[in-house]
Design a protein around this ligand. Structure first.
Ligand SMILES: Cc1cc2nc3c(=O)[nH]c(=O)nc-3n(C[C@H](O)[C@H](O)[C@H](O)COP(=O)(O)O)c2cc1C
Length: 183
């Protein structure tokens, strides 16, 4: 069981959105959280294409998500929204798969024009699964250097924003779990 699950929605092997989510995951790990990544590329394409709800791999992913205290959901912008393959995976999860779970949404896009995909596409999807979306982070391709996996961001403001959002995820997890310990 991991405290934080990174759900990566990019089909790309060297993915910018995944790199950004991994960076946030490493920040959380430095604060004592265990982090595990689940990528859309971990699944047999047929499971996603034919909506195989009974796939053991999908069931295992659903269980990991259910047990997680927090989530980081990352996707590139594809045609002004999240990727279709991320949606195909989320469609196979139980109805309220993100219940009581704070979620850090991360999107990367080729241009700033689709910044609002975060608010109009990804956050409503998270809310539909009953997750609690944080403000989130949107980065443009030119702000990410894929060659530098340790410090991939070329913009100091972006680095600060990712740190701030990751800290908010951690604070939300601590708040929810402190409250449930009292109950
Ligand atoms: C099929 C496809 C559709 C895309 N559509 C958009 C788009 O609508 N808006 C945009 O800003 N970037 C778009 N892009 C660019 C990607 O969002 C961008 O390069 C992103 O950082 C890739 O992330 P990844 O490396 O995690 O896959 C598109 C890329 C692809 C391959």
């Amino acid at each position: 069981m991991a405290d934080i699950i990174i759900l990566s929605g990019s089909p790309s092997k060297r993915s910018r959105s995944q790199l950004t989510a991994d960076y946030a995951g490493k920040l959380a790990a430095k604060q004592g959280f265990t982090v595990k990544e689940i990528s859309v590329t971990d699944f047999a394409p047929e499971d996603l294409l034919y909506a195989r709800f009974d796939s053991p791999e999908i069931a295992a992913a659903a269980q990991s998500i259910n047990e997680a205290k927090g989530l980081i959901v990352a996707s590139p912008v594809y045609k002004a929204a999240y990727t279709g393959v991320l949606k195909a995976l989320l469609d196979l999860l139980p109805q309220h798969a993100f219940r009581n779970t704070p979620v850090l949404p991360i999107m990367t896009g080729g241009s700033p024009a689709h910044l609002l995909a975060l608010d109009y596409a990804l956050k409503p999807l998270i809310a539909n699964l009953k997750g609690e979306p944080l403000q989130g982070v949107y980065l443009c391709d030119h702000q990410i250097n894929k060659g530098n996996t340790e410090q991939p961001f070329t913009d100091e403001d972006m680095v600060r924003r990712i740190h701030k959002q990751t800290n908010q995820l951690i604070e939300s997890i601590r708040r929810i779990h402190a409250a449930s310990a009292v109950e």
